[in-house]
Design a protein around this ligand. Structure first.
Ligand code: DQA
Length: 144
């Protein structure tokens, strides 16, 4: 089984971006932890990051031919992008939405997600663990 991991805009700044909110781990650190969990679960990962909405849409379309589902941290596009929601629904692959921070406890504009209503599940507020829990949940669902 192969799962797509997608990191949206500004997430390659992790490690130096607002560490009091997003924690000390860099994107490479997070990807290493994800790879470790994927090895334990006996699955393959295809990891992608982009700051560009259109690139994310193209990637979702292309990768959907190769992966059984997605774990996605859509970054700020969570709160703005109907196009991202439409792409994820359109490719008919289950996805888990993850966030490092507790978006429900931050600014009002972060409380709304265009993706959550169509996600298989949502994990937020656990730092890097949100990704690992999201991956585990997705794989359990795909295997069910
Ligand atoms: C984030 C939360 C978003 O509101 C924000 O725009 C991000 C990161 C998170 O992982 O906590 O870029 O998705």
């Amino acid at each position: 089984m192969r799962v797509g991991v997608i990191h949206g805009p500004n997430l390659r700044l992790l490690g130096r971006r607002e560490p009091e909110i997003y924690g000390p781990d860099s994107l490479d650190d997070i990807n290493r932890l994800l790879q470790g969990r994927a090895d334990e679960l006996g699955i393959e990962l295809e990891i992608f990051q982009s700051n560009h909405e259109g690139e994310l849409l193209d990637h979702i379309e292309d990768a959907s031919a190769r992966v059984a589902g997605f774990v996605i941290n859509p970054g700020a596009f969570t709160h703005t992008s109907i196009a991202l929601r439409d792409a994820l629904v359109g490719v008919e692959r289950p996805f888990v939405e993850v966030h490092l921070s507790n978006t429900a406890g931050r600014e009002r504009f972060r409380r709304h997600s265009y993706l959550s209503p169509v996600a298989a599940g949502v994990v937020y507020g656990f730092g890097v663990q949100s990704y690992l829990l999201g991956l585990q949940g997705l794989v359990a669902r795909l295997r069910a």
